[in-house]
Design a binder for this molecule. Sequence first.
Ligand code: MN
Length: 228
Amino acid sequence: MSDFVIAPPLQPAVPVLGGGLFPVRRIYCVGRNYAEHAREMGHDPQAEPPFFFSKPADALVIDGGDTPYPAETQNFHHEIELVAAIGQGGQNIAVEDALAHVWGYAVGLDMTRRDLQAWAKKAQKPWEVAKGFDHSAPIGIMVPAAMVALPLTQRIALRVNGALRQEAKLSDMTWDLAHVIAELSRFFALFPGDLIFTGTPAGVAAVVAGDHLVGEIDGIGTVETRIV
Ligand code: MN
């Protein structure tokens, strides 16, 4: 029995290593969080604190699924990212407590309509059409935080059709995960189920239909998708 007047939407969820599903509430993303990527986008990496945008939870593409080439772009870019999954919510979380709020980790892709992002920046318009569209968030299998070595210094890399496109270490982040969570929680009350895409290293570039993307973070996992 339910009072819903239409069938309620499906609950987005990410499969967990060893079984089970992590239900997803919101997807927050950090902009410009690796110095080399900030520079390749024309910005000073030290100029500002982390800033945030979001994607709808149902933008997830579960590992191995196809990512449709989106409409209204001629420049569809990959951004490989560490994803942190919040298991314990909070507001104004202290940096030193922040990692205790993480339930698990995954490898994700913040797929971006780069031409529309450039337009939005120039026109001083919101980023939604550049970042928050359907199928814009491929994600791999989630690993529980207890299985991940800290501090987060692991290698993160993306290959497209076997060719290395992005490679860095998680320790290259301008704002490490604890600072990201602390800062994000000043603006939004975090709840269990929230995902945080933590920014991408240098090497972002365009993909086309048929491309096969495999992202990896040592000790955390992989994400795989094909552009169709
Ligand atoms: Mn990104």
